[in-house]
Design a protein around this ligand. Structure first.
Ligand SMILES: [Zn+2]
Length: 349
C-alpha cells in the first residue's frame, strides 16, 4: 500500500510499504477514507524535533473497518470509524479516569505497539489499529461524504479545542480569550461558544482566520500581541482580563500571553504542544490566583459527546480544512501548512 514517510526536515515522501496484517486478535484493519496534517507534524518537518531515520507519519484519520481480530467485540467490518490521535484500551485505570492519553496499554500511530505489532501512520491507505475496541469510535451509518471533514476533526483538533475549554472551566456567560488561530484555536472558539461563553475574543492577525473565528462564534478579534494584545483583551472585558483563556499554540510567548490575559482568579486551559520552553511564572500565578490546567487532550473520551453536534451541523469544525489533496501530494500538503497557505490540509488516499 501507499503511505507517507518523513525522511528529514522538509522531506516528505509517499512510498510503497507493506500491507498491514492482523496479529493480536484485538486489532483491526481500517481503510483510510481521509487523513490530515497536524500542526504538530510540522515540528519534525521544520527540524525542530529530530528525525533520526525515515518513519511513518500522521495521526488523524477516519475510515471504514475492513477486518477485525477474533477478540474484537464492538467494532465490525463495514463500520465507519474515527480514530483518536493515539491508541488506548478504554478500560485501564487511566482511561477510566478520563486520561486515555496516558493509557497503560496505549501507544502512538506510526510506531510499534506493545505486543510486537505495528500501528501504521495515519497518512496512508490502510492502518492496523491495535486495541480496536478501545481506540475506535464507531459512527452509526450511513455517513455522507460531506460529513467526512467534520468527523475527521474529532480525531484531534475539535476534541483538543474542547479540552482547552473544559480544562479552563468555560461555562455560561464567560468571557473567553483564545490564543492561537490554527485549527485547534479555531476549534477552541467553537468549543467556548458551545459551552455557553458570551464574549469570545479570538487573538489572530490573519484576515481569513479572523473571519472563520467570527463564523465560529468569536465576538471580538484582537490582532495585537504582547502588552498591546493584553491591553486589548482588558478593554473588551471591562478592564479585568478574560475569565478563561484557551492557550492553543505551545510557545513561551503564547503561554505568557495567555497567563497575562486572564483576570485575577481566572483560568488558563492549555493544549498547545509545548515547544521552545514555556515555563510557569509561579509567583505571578500566586499573586493573581490565575490557574493553569490542561495538557495533551484525551480526545477519545470526547468523541461521543461532540459527535451529535457535528452530525447535526450545530457545530461545523470541518470548515478548518481549507485545502484537500490526494494522498500522493502529501509533500505539498506539508509545504502549504508550513507556509501558512493553508490552515489544515485534508488528504484522500
Ligand atoms: Zn487504558
Amino acid at each position: 500500500m501507499r503511505a507517507t514517510l518523513i525522511h528529514g526536515p522538509g522531506d516528505i515522501r509517499v512510498e510503497t510499504v507493506p500491507d498491514p496484517v492482523l496479529s493480536t486478535g484485538r486489532d483491526a484493519i481500517v481503510r483510510v477514507v481521509a487523513a490530515c496534517v497536524c500542526g504538530s507534524d510540522l515540528w519534525p518537518y521544520r527540524g525542530v524535533t529530530p528525525t533520526r531515520e525515515p518513519r511513518r507519519i500522521g495521526h488523524e484519520f477516519v475510515g471504514v473497518v475492513e477486518a477485525v481480530g477474533d477478540a474484537v467485540e464492538r467494532v465490525r467490518p463495514g463500520d465507519f470509524v474515527i480514530a483518536p490521535f493515539y491508541v488506548c484500551d478504554g478500560t485501564c485505570a487511566n482511561c477510566r479516569n478520563g486520561v486515555s492519553t496516558s493509557c497503560l496499554h496505549g501507544g502512538w500511530w506510526g510506531s510499534a505497539d506493545r505486543e510486537g505489532g505495528f500501528a501504521d501512520g495515519a497518512q496512508g491507505e490502510r492502518v492496523r489499529v491495535p486495541l480496536a475496541d478501545g481506540t475506535l469510535a464507531v459512527v452509526p451509518g450511513p455517513v455522507a461524504d460531506d460529513e467526512v471533514p467534520g468527523l475527521l476533526t474529532l480525531s484531534d483538533v475539535m476534541g483538543t479545542g474542547h479540552h482547552a475549554a473544559v480544562s479552563a472551566g468555560v461555562g455560561p456567560g464567560d468571557a473567553v480569550a483564545v490564543v492561537g488561530d490554527g485549527a485547534v484555536g479555531l476549534c477552541a472558539v467553537i468549543a467556548a461558544k458551545r459551552l455557553g461563553a458570551t464574549t469570545i475574543i479570538a487573538m489572530s492577525r490573519h484576515p481569513e482566520r479572523q473571519a472563520l473565528a467570527r463564523e465560529f462564534g468569536a465576538t471580538h478579534v484582537v490582532a495585537e500581541r504582547g502588552d498591546a494584545g493584553i491591553e486589548a483583551v482588558r478593554e473588551v472585558t471591562g478592564g479585568l482580563g478574560a475569565d478563561r483563556v484557551l492557550e492553543c499554540v505551545g510557545t513561551k510567548e503564547s503561554m505568557d500571553q495567555a497567563i497575562r490575559s486572564a483576570r485575577p482568579g481566572g483560568m488558563v486551559g492549555y493544549v498547545g504542544v509545548p515547544n521552545g520552553g514555556p515555563e510557569l511564572p509561579v509567583r505571578r500565578l500566586f499573586e493573581t490566583n490565575v490557574g493553569v490546567n490542561g495538557g495533551v487532550a484525551p480526545v477519545r473520551g470526547y468523541i461521543e459527546e461532540l459527535l451529535p453536534d457535528v452530525r447535526s451541523g450545530a457545530i461545523r469544525p470541518g470548515l478548518v480544512f481549507d485545502l484537500e489533496l490526494p494522498l500522493e501530494d502529501a509533500a505539498e500538503a506539508y509545504a502549504a501548512m508550513d507556509d501558512r497557505r493553508a490552515v489544515k490540509v485534508l488528504l484522500r488516499p
